[in-house]
Ligand binder design. Structure first.
Ligand code: ZN
Length: 309
C-alpha cells in the first residue's frame, strides 16, 4: 500500500517472531505505506535482525524523512524503554536496542513492548480515546496485555506489567512454553483455539470461517476459548475495575462467536456482577497495524515533547 505523503510522518515497526512490519504513519494515525519482511525468528543473529529493521525502514521511507521511529517488540522491554530484556521469539537478550538503532539511523527512537504499543494505538487513535481505565488483551499465538489506569499506561516497576497470558488459571494445567503450567494463554488464544478444534481445522481463520458456515465443532471451539477468555477477564476486572476491556489479535476477528460466550462467562465469574457496571468487551479498532500505529504514536510523543505515560 502507498498513499501520498504531506505533513510530518513517523515510522512504526512491529518486530515479531516471524515478521517485521514497518509502516509510515501520519499524525492522525493513518498508515500511508507498509513494508513486510521476514524477521528470521530466534535463530537470526542480532546483527541480521537489525539489518532487517534497517531494510524495512529504508523501504517505507523512500523519498521521505520521518521525525522518529517507534519499535514495537515482541518481548519484555525494560522500564526505561532502553533495552529488550528477553524476547522468546527474537535473538535480543538484554540488548541495548534503543540507543544502538537511534545512533545507527540518526533518528529519535522509542522502544516498547508490542502489546503496550497496541494499547497506545487504541488510546491515541482508536476505541480508548477519552477512556481513562481500560484493559487490552490481544489473542494471538499467546495473550498480550496492556493496562490503562487513571489515564496512564501502566508499565510496572520493571516494565513487565500486562503479561496477563501467564497468569496461572489452572494449577498444574496445560504446559506453557514459558516453563510454567496452566497459563491463561494455553486456554484462551489462537493456539488454544486450534487445540479446542481437536486438530481437525488447522488455523484460527479456518476455524472462524467454518463456525460462520455452521460447523458445530468450530462453534464449540470458539465458545470454549470465549469462556476461558471471560474467566480470565473476570479476574482482571476484579483486580482493576476497568470501564472497557478491549479484545484484539487474530481471534477477535471471530466477533460475537467468541465475545458472546466471553461476556457470559465474565458475568458468571465476576464479583457482584449484578451490583456493578460490568465492563463492555470491545473489539480493538486496530487489527494487524496495531503495533505499527502504536509505536509510531510513541515516536510522535517522543519528538513532540509529550513523554509517554
Ligand atoms: Zn506461560
Amino acid at each position: 500500500m502507498s498513499e501520498p505523503v504531506d505533513g510530518p510522518v513517523w515510522v512504526g515497526i512491529d518486530v515479531g517472531g516471524t515478521k517485521v512490519l514497518a509502516g509510515l504513519v501520519d499524525a492522525t494515525g493513518r498508515v500511508l505505506r507498509t513494508a513486510r519482511l521476514e524477521s528470521g525468528g530466534p535463530r537470526a543473529t542480532e546483527a541480521a535482525l537489525e539489518q532487517t529493521l534497517t531494510d524495512a525502514l529504508d523501504l517505507v521511507c523512500e523519498g521521505v524523512t520521518p521525525h522518529g521511529v517507534g519499535l514495537a517488540a515482541a518481548g519484555l522491554v525494560d522500564g526505561a524503554g532502553e533495552r529488550v530484556a528477553f524476547a522468546p521469539h527474537l535473538p535480543w537478550r538484554d540488548a541495548d536496542v534503543r540507543a544502538r538503532l537511534s545512533s545507527r539511523w540518526g533518528l529519535p527512537v522509542a522502544l516498547e513492548n508490542d502489546a503496550t504499543c497496541a494499547l497506545w494505538a487504541e488510546v491515541e487513535h482508536g476505541v480508548l480515546a477519552g477512556v481513562s481505565d481500560a484493559v487490552l488483551v490481544t489473542l494471538g499465538t499467546g495473550i498480550g496485555g496492556g493496562l490503562l489506569i487513571g489515564g496512564r499506561v501502566v508499565r510496572g516497576a520493571g516494565g513487565m506489567a500486562g503479561e496477563f497470558g501467564h497468569m496461572q488459571l489452572v494449577p498444574d494445567g496445560r504446559p506453557c512454553p514459558c516453563g510454567l503450567s496452566g497459563c491463561w494463554e494455553r486456554y484462551a488464544s489462537g493456539t488454544a483455539l486450534e487445540v479446542a478444534a481437536e486438530g481437525r481445522l488447522a488455523t484460527g481463520p479456518a476455524i472462524t470461517a467454518a463456525a460462520r458456515a455452521g460447523d458445530e465443532l468450530a462453534v464449540a471451539a470458539l465458545a470454549d476459548v470465549g469462556r476461558w477468555l471471560g474467566v480470565g477477564v473476570a479476574n482482571l476486572v476484579s483486580a482493576l475495575d476497568p470501564a472497557v476491556v478491549v479484545v484484539g489479535g487474530g481471534v477477535s476477528s471471530a466477533g460475537d462467536l467468541v465475545l458472546a460466550p466471553a461476556a457470559a462467562a465474565l458475568r458468571t465469574h465476576l464479583l457482584a456482577a449484578r451490583h456493578r457496571r460490568v465492563p463492555d468487551l470491545v473489539v480493538a479498532h486496530h487489527a494487524e497495524h496495531a503495533g505499527v500505529v502504536g509505536a509510531a504514536a510513541l515516536a510522535r510523543r517522543l519528538t513532540q515533547g509529550s513523554p509517554a505515560g
